[in-house]
Design a protein around this ligand. Structure first.
Ligand code: ASP
Length: 443
């Protein structure tokens, strides 16, 4: 029997989860008796979903360490690394800037927080009611962020140099510190006598090969994982969740859509003459896993497999650009932060002029570097920007946004990882790599 391709299996799992979730919701509602069959099925699904998510997270640290070190050690010294690093960071900064500008234009054009020229009071009331109904965990997360000093923007950069690399490695929110350490380690490694350097390089390369095998195993069960993750999400989030803030959802989703389907494809074609359809095809599995998990870091192993195995980019380029990209390059998140901040300001009646919006863009760019690749991580950054912009009621608004965040989080995470993958193929092409072998437009 012919095997069904993995991306079809994942898509089928997504479809089945949507169907089952909607059905359960229609038949038994949202508040279930814990002893009922439906509640038990949801609990089991949640448990399996957690296992899948944890399996992905389990391999992040060893994958990042082994791939960054073995990748940089193969770059033949600091010069090769400098060129690649410069291109990568330049690309990340430029595309994030384009994304924030798209978001800003749309939110000013659509004005999702304004009704008949006035702040939309219905949304303000929805903020209150959604914040009141939010779970304790959601409230605690925002209260914790609100307790921080306004100047904590700098935390991102402080985390780049961890005071203890092992404790940074125990926190999936601190991967930037682990990456910086791995880069320094690899550069220092190239200064060792040749024999010692070879031993270490072989060690990390072998470690990386092991992580690749583990990734393949986890990917093989991803359809089950995706179903288990999505079924409770669909059950918990009916259309009424979105209805009161529909203009806001439309603004965010159209911004993300423009970046994913228009901006990035144009960049792919202009800079590297890569047919965007091929690239989308190569990235199918990673896009679906990013959408289902809402975590760029969790998706990193899958992103790396797709870019290397399907798009044909070398290990040398992927092993540096993708781990770094999964935490510092978040186009979808930067775009979302801009829209969310200006939207809340509109609802709360705060006029944002050019200077204020310029600050929002800069802050969104900086914080998107520091935001961890985990679900809803950017809400904390949004709270910080709102507080720095003196928007009243910021805490209530952010709790409300957090309560309705899932669909937007899934969508922006897919955009985030797509941006990283475009960087990898474009940089590989600029380094003279013959990617997408066999395709007509191969260099
Ligand atoms: N969930 C996003 C990611 O992992 C981060 C965010 O915007 O909250 O890429």
């Amino acid at each position: 029997m012919k095997r069904v391709a993995l991306h079809w299996q994942i898509l089928l799992a997504l479809g089945l989860a949507t169907l089952t979730g909607v059905l359960f919701r229609a038949v038994s509602g949202v508040d279930l008796d814990p002893a009922s069959f439906e509640a038990r099925a949801l609990a089991i699904s949640g448990f399996i979903g957690d296992l899948f998510m944890q399996a992905l997270k389990m391999i992040i640290v060893p994958l990042i360490v082994t791939s960054v070190i073995s990748g940089i050690a193969s770059l033949q010294g600091v010069k090769g690394f400098g060129r690649l690093g410069g291109k990568t960071l330049g690309f990340y900064a430029a595309t994030s800037l384009i994304a924030t500008t798209t978001g800003l234009l749309l939110v000013n054009l659509i004005e999702p927080g304004i009704k008949d020229g006035e702040p939309n009071m219905a949304i303000r009331a929805a903020f209150e009611s959604k914040a009141a109904a939010a779970s304790d965990a959601e409230k605690a997360k925002v209260a914790d962020a609100a307790a921080r000093e306004a100047g904590d923007f700098l935390d991102t950069f402080r985390m780049m140099i961890p005071e203890n690399v092992f404790s940074a490695a125990t926190d999936n929110g601190q991967m930037l510190g682990v990456i910086v350490f791995s880069i320094l380690f690899a550069i220092a490694m190239t200064r060792l006598p040749a024999a010692e350097m070879r031993t270490l390089r072989e060690f990390f390369q072998a470690g990386n090969d092991v992580m690749i095998t583990l990734t393949r195993w986890i990917m093989a069960v991803s359809p089950i994982g995706v179903f288990a993750l999505m079924f409770p999400v669909i059950h918990a989030n009916g259309p009424e969740v979105f209805w009161e803030m529909k203009a806001y959802f439309v603004t965010v989703l159209s911004g993300l859509g423009i970046h994913l389907f228009i901006t990035m494809p144009i960049i792919l074609w202009l800079l590297a003459r890569i047919d965007p359809r091929w690239h989308f095809r190569a990235m199918r599995e990673a896009l679906l896993v990013a959408f289902s998990t809402a975590s760029s870091s969790g998706t990193l192993p899958v992103t790396m497999r797709c870019v290397q195995d399907k798009a044909g980019v070398s290990k040398r380029v992927t092993s540096f650009t993708l781990p770094l990209g999964s935490t510092v390059n978040m186009d979808g998140t930067a775009l979302y932060e801009c829209v969310a901040v200006v939207f809340v300001a509109q609802v709360m009646g705060v006029q944002m002029g050019f200077a204020e919006q310029f600050f929002v863009v800069t802050a969104a760019l900086l914080t998107s570097v520091g935001v961890a690749g985990v679900p809803s991580a950017s809400l904390v950054a949004i709270l910080l920007i709102l507080k720095n912009s003196n928007v009243p009621g910021a805490e209530t608004a952010v709790v409300a946004l957090l309560a309705v965040d899932r669909l937007l989080d899934m969508s922006r995470t897919a955009v985030n990882i797509f941006g990283d993958s475009c960087a990898a193929v474009i940089i590989a092409r600029s380094e003279g790599e013959n990617i997408f072998p066999g395709q007509k437009n191969s260099a």
